[in-house]
Design a protein around this ligand. Structure first.
Ligand code: ZN
Length: 425
């Protein structure tokens, strides 16, 4: 074997050149050597900057004299032949007449990353395709801290690149978080079907923070926001996006009606039980459905309805209200509501009356549905994904990590790092 001027054998030089090609490393960088550890199944590729070349200032890119070297660092790269592959380098520091001393940017990684660009790009794909983060961590042979770093950096990249141009309809919604009575609030893009922001808590202040995640000019172009009938989301919307119309979410409305019916049922069940009648036992779900039950349950339901129970009457008022959403326009919807409201106000079912009164107080937000037919049903669609993120809770006790994961999986962000031109053509 002939030796070259760097003191390498021909074979070593060939291996170094091979890794240089694999890594897309070219002048003024070069692979000096590849250290192979067969036992640990690891290869460490030592990369260096051509010693005689000027170096680029990290701020302006001007060619400058070299000041010295930053301490040696290691980057995790894509495995080669199932060998953990690391890049090791002492990156030079430039001495720019304008910007002073600064560490040159290594072309294979983003600043401050422990991973090469290709590894990060691959890891993002693996995490997206995995059933769980546990599985992704195993496949990538990363610890939780490493996975979290990849997620953090990917979401940061995605948020910087994200455009909210054309955003017209948003949803504001809350979800429980953790084991206790903790909640998070989400803002979603209802047409683009993506989560825009997640904050901890569900008060006016947090809803303001959701709005403030949008650029001011964009906030003014939002035409309508779907939300529950709570005071907080509405107050924040009036303050932060006064031009956005408030649309009360129809699923939330149904939930309130279901709760009212169930209160009537509980009351009546107690009364009947006292008289030795347990016919309302275990019937909660019979009354919750959007339509009369079918199959075996239908018979029991019919028998209950024939007895003119208070619960059955409450159920009928609730079911009638469903037709509200099918009205063709605002005027007809207002007419329908007025008739429904009058009937319910005359009945003697207190929980229903109370709910109807609350609807009347929020009537504008209910009627706005006929101008902007939006609901948070989309956000409900994210439930299963968010549920899975919660279930895969290893590695996040902190809210910040939870937010990152929701944005990673439900934010439709452009997450991958930009690869150097050597890999893209
Ligand atoms: Zn400079």
């Amino acid at each position: 074997m002939s030796d070259d001027p760097n003191g390498q054998s021909g074979a070593e030089a060939a291996v170094a050149a091979h890794y240089g090609m694999l890594l897309g490393i070219h002048s003024p960088w070069r692979v000096r050597k590849a250290d192979l550890d067969l036992v640990a199944r690891k290869v460490e590729i030592v990369v260096e900057h051509e010693p005689d070349e000027l170096v680029a200032c990290p701020q302006c890119g001007a060619r400058c004299p070299r000041h010295d070297h930053a301490p040696e660092r290691t980057w995790r790269h894509l495995d080669v032949m199932q060998f953990t592959t690391l890049i090791r380098a002492k990156v030079p520091r430039a001495n720019c007449p304008q910007h002073g001393v600064g560490t040159v940017r290594a072309p294979w990684a983003e600043p401050n990353s422990r991973f090469t660009l290709l590894f990060e790009a691959f890891a993002v794909q693996v995490i997206q395709a995995s059933r769980s983060l546990t599985q992704a961590a195993e496949l990538l042979r990363l610890d939780w801290d490493g996975v979290q770093r990849i997620l953090d950096r990917a979401v940061q990249r995605g948020l910087t690149r994200r455009s909210t141009a054309g955003l017209r309809y948003v949803g504001l919604d809350e979800k429980s978080f953790g084991r206790g009575q903790n909640y998070v609030s989400l803002m979603t893009d209802l047409k683009g079907q993506r989560v825009l922001e997640v904050v901890e808590g569900r008060d006016t202040e947090q809803a303001m923070a959701l709005w403030e995640s949008l650029p001011q000019a964009q906030r003014e172009l939002v035409e309508a926001a779907a939300m529950d009938m709570g005071a907080d989301f509405a107050a924040a919307t009036r303050e932060a996006a006064p031009r956005a119309q408030i649309v009360h979410d129809k699923f939330h409305v149904s939930k309130l009606l279901n709760e009212a019916v169930d209160k009537v049922r509980k009351e009546e069940h107690r009364r009947l039980l006292a008289a030795g009648d347990d016919s309302l036992k275990d019937t909660k779900f019979l009354w919750l459905q959007g339509a009369a039950p079918t199959g075996e349950r239908a018979l029991r339901f019919e028998q209950l309805c024939e007895r003119n129970l208070r619960t059955a009457r409450a159920w009928a008022y609730k079911e009638t209200f469903l037709e509200f959403w099918d009205q063709p326009d605002v005027a007809t919807a207002l007419g329908f509501f007025t008739r429904w409201f009058r009937t319910v106000r005359r009945c003697k079912l207190e929980p229903l009356k109370k709910t109807a009164l609350s609807f009347k107080q929020h009537l504008l937000g209910l009627l706005n549905y006929f101008v902007h037919p939006i609901t948070n049903a989309l956000t409900e669609g994210f439930n299963s994904r968010i549920q899975a993120i919660k279930a895969d809770a290893r590695g996040f006790r902190r809210f910040a990590n939870y937010r990152t994961r929701i944005l990673f999986f439900c934010g439709k962000l452009d997450l991958a790092p930009q690869l150097p031109s050597a890999f893209t053509h």
